[in-house]
Design a protein around this ligand. Structure first.
Ligand code: NAP
Length: 344
């Protein structure tokens, strides 16, 4: 990719960090959109990338940065910036960033004559009531299932609107749908927060349901490959480990030695409890110690995803989930302040 110049949004995030590593390995010129240069400079993981060109700006608010001359010659945009928050409270910024921000990137791609790879989520199509179901790249949206969960709802709306606008403006758009990303290097401790909470024994109970996860180190090169593929498809899924929630915590136990939460609580009880505690905490201006009711609702579903194309066309090869979890645990133990010297 030595002839490529790639604009990356969300460069300071978990996935962005690994995409920078993949792009750099392929000798692409990287222009990173960062909201605060100081935040980039503060992070020690950015030190090995002195050649990354930084443009300060956001995908919401002023679009002045889109006229920066350093964007001239951009061949591709990888758009990962988003707000990932699972709550129904005050969702306006989620829609503004995830939907309107994505449409701005489609318009920018049209202006620059660049291809666009938009990282969405498996949850736009893969959210079921049964553990046996799997969504491939041709699956329909599950818009009615996810409409009360602003993050997933915003991603469905973003995919639909981006596809329509890209068609209208003649932009070559590829949408990538990964499930939960785990692995080392989650310097915000957000994507790996379930594993972190598990290690800190902060799960008072588990519920029956499912989860799907992959390794960020496998996702990043596949996303870069989609940008580089001469005839990339409109959609690629990145599939990996589809497990039940109790199976996930059992895997966590095996790789960490920390006991799994013993109590499996019925969904109705867990949801009612989470709702009551969240409302009370909200009135007091505090955070609930329990998962948000949206997280309980999500957790009671199954997120089975499969792919027909990402292996043969993007060279995507997911490593075993156990390895991802072991490496996630090791990284969190080495890097999270609450785990230092605690022997957990
Ligand atoms: N992590 C997962 O499990 C997962 C699973 C499926 C799909 N995805 C998708 O993958 C993408 C990346 O996720 P992630 O885990 O890397 O998220 P993350 O670590 O939370 O990073 C989010 C990134 O978006 C940037 N951002 C947020 N609002 C912005 C705005 N208005 N303008 C410019 N930048 C903005 C953040 O910049 P600041 O540093 O300035 O805040 C940060 O760089 C997202 O689109 C997400 O929906 C993630």
């Amino acid at each position: 990719m030595s002839d490529s110049k790639v604009l990356l949004t969300g460069a300071t995030g978990f996935l962005g960090r690994h995409i920078i590593a993949s792009l750099t390995e392929r000798n692409a010129k990287v222009v990173a959109l960062v909201r605060r240069r100081s935040e980039w400079n503060r992070q020690d993981w950015t030190a090995p990338y002195p050649t990354v060109d930084l443009i300060e700006g956001g995908i919401t608010g002023s679009e002045g940065w889109t006229g920066d001359r350093r964007l001239l010659g951009t061949t591709g945009i990888i758009h990962t910036a988003a707000i990932v928050r699972h709550s129904r409270r005050s969702p306006e910024d989620i829609y503004e960033t995830n939907v309107e921000g994505t449409l701005r990137m489609v318009r920018l791609a049209a202006k620059l004559g660049a291809r666009l790879v938009f990282v969405s989520t498996a949850g736009t199509v893969a959210c079921f009531r049964s553990p046996a179901q799997r969504a491939d790249e041709d699956a329909d949206y599950v818009d009615r299932v996810v409409r009360d969960w602003p993050y997933y709802d915003s991603k469905v709306k973003a995919e639909r609107a981006a596809r329509a606008l890209a068609t209208q403006l003649g932009v070559q758009l590829t949408i990538i749908r990964p499930p939960i990303l785990l692995g080392p290097g989650d310097h915000r401790f957000r994507s790996t927060s379930y594993v972190l909470k598990f290690l800190r024994k902060k799960f008072p109970f588990v519920i029956e349901g499912g989860m799907s996860f992959i390794d960020v180190r496998d996702a990043a090169p596949a996303i870069v490959a989609a940008l580089d593929h001469p005839a990339a498809r409109p959609v690629y899924h990145l599939d990996g480990e589809n497990v039940t929630v109790p199976e996930f915590f059992e895997l966590c136990r095996q790789v960490s030695g920390v006991a799994a939460p013993a109590r499996v609580m019925p969904y109705g009880t867990a949801h009612a409890l989470a709702k009551t505690v969240e409302s009370a905490a909200h009135l007091l201006g505090k955070h609930s110690p329990l998962p948000d009711p949206v997280v309980i609702e999500m957790g009671s579903h199954y997120w089975g995803i499969k792919s027909r194309y990402s292996g043969p066309e993007l060279g995507y090869q997911p490593r075993p989930g156990r390895q991802t979890l072991a490496d996630t645990v090791a990284w969190l133990r080495a890097n999270h302040p609450a785990l230092q010297g605690k022997g957990v």
